[in-house]
Design a protein around this ligand. Structure first.
Ligand SMILES: [Fe+2]
Length: 372
């Protein structure tokens, strides 16, 4: 809805209040006579009295101010008026017998809006007064509209901010739910196959470390963490006896094991994650040269997250115990990724992984908790 403003009122609903300041009673009488028919008139016969009147009558719309007065002249009264924020904007017309142009200039410089010289002609006084009152009314209207618009804009900004915050909270809640979903899926697998669960945790940790070393954005690293936690979820479809088989598996059993990226993809693809989790699961056995599975994707066809997972997966698998062989150690794992750097494995991810182990003393934190 657009902001609406009202039009400048053509006529004021109340009579304007005009203060006449002059030390001579006959001048007060003449001006009062001219103005009182149409306006509410206040009078002050000295500068001091005028200053008191400003404070007691903040509704004054216009001041007709004599220049030559004893003790406090019109210039001093004007200065006193301009010092106070409540009276600063009241327009002042100087009324004086003097007609020297330097006096006129001094008054205008001090902030007077007009200058009338005596002898006074009623029609001139009324015309000047009307002009200044209309100008003041327009200024007041603009000021009020500005204040209204500023308040309205501030109110709407605050409202939008509240809505955005609410939305953000809901998004955070949703994201937390998704994270919890992944962790629940990982937990379900752990109950059935603690070996794979331990492997997934360690791959997730290493993938996060590699992603950080590569300076990936925090959001992407969070996706990597979660993708790593369930990258082998498809193994839920492979009988536990095959996964824990202590010897060499048959070709048929190997084919069954190799279905796990697609099965895993099938399991998680329906969940609308803000990260490409299903693709990470699907692609973590793909290799840069197309020798991987299940799709034989190459280089740029593979997600960077899947390339990182592939490096972390191989390093963890080789350095850890397997049901069919003892642990080969981290050094053997690093040699393997170095040998296939740029051919099977992303060179940047490999370099980051080597740097972690060789220069930053990286170690699998959760290895001792994993079975096997
Ligand atoms: Fe896998």
């Amino acid at each position: 809805m657009a902001l609406s403003v009202s039009a400048v009122p053509v006529e004021e609903t109340r009579a304007a209040t005009i203060l006449i300041v002059d030390d001579r009673p006959e001048n007060l009488a003449v001006l009062g006579e001219i103005l009182q028919e149409k306006y509410r008139v206040l009078v002050a016969n000295s500068g001091q009295r005028a200053c008191h009147l400003f404070e007691a009558n903040p509704e004054i719309d216009l001041i007709l101010l004599d220049v030559m007065m004893p003790e406090m002249d019109g210039y001093a009264v004007l200065a006193c008026l301009k010092e106070n924020s409540a009276t600063r904007d009241i327009p002042v017309i100087f009324v004086t017998a003097m007609d020297a142009s330097e006096d006129e200039q001094r008054g205008l410089d001090l902030g007077a809006v007009d200058y009338i010289t005596k002898p006074l002609r009623p029609s001139i006084v009324m015309a000047r007064v009307r002009t200044q009152l209309e100008a003041k009314r327009a200024r007041d209207w603009l000021r009020d509209q500005n204040a209204f618009l500023e308040a309205e804009v501030a109110r709407r900004v605050a409202e939008n901010l509240r809505i955005d915050l609410e939305r953000l909270k809901n998004l955070e809640k949703l994201q937390l739910t998704l994270v919890e979903t992944i962790e629940a899926i990982a937990l379900a697998l752990e109950k059935r196959d603690p070996y794979t669960a331990g492997h997934q945790h360690r791959v997730s940790e290493l993938a996060v470390a590699i992603g950080s070393e590569m300076s990936l954005p925090p959001e992407q690293i969070e996706g990597l963490r979660l993708g790593g936690l369930i990258h082998d979820i498809g193994k839920i479809y492979v009988p536990a006896e095959i996964l824990s088989w202590p010897g060499r598996v048959s070709d048929l059993q190997l084919d069954l094991i190799r279905t796990h990226p697609e099965v895993g993809h099938e399991i998680v693809k329906g969940i609308d994650f803000p990260w490409p989790i299903a693709e990470m699961v699907m692609q973590h056995h793909e290799r840069l040269d197309g020798s991987g599975y299940p799709l034989g994707l190459k280089a740029d066809e593979i997600l960077i997250e899947a390339k990182i997972l592939a490096v972390a997966d191989v390093v963890e698998a080789i350095s850890s115990h397997r049901p069919y062989r003892p642990a080969l150690g981290v050094e053997a794992a690093l040699e393997e990724i170095s040998r296939h750097r740029g051919v099977q494995f992303d060179p940047v991810a490999v370099d980051a992984c080597l740097k972690l182990f060789r220069e930053k003393a990286y170690a699998f934190a959760s290895q001792q908790n994993a079975k096997g």
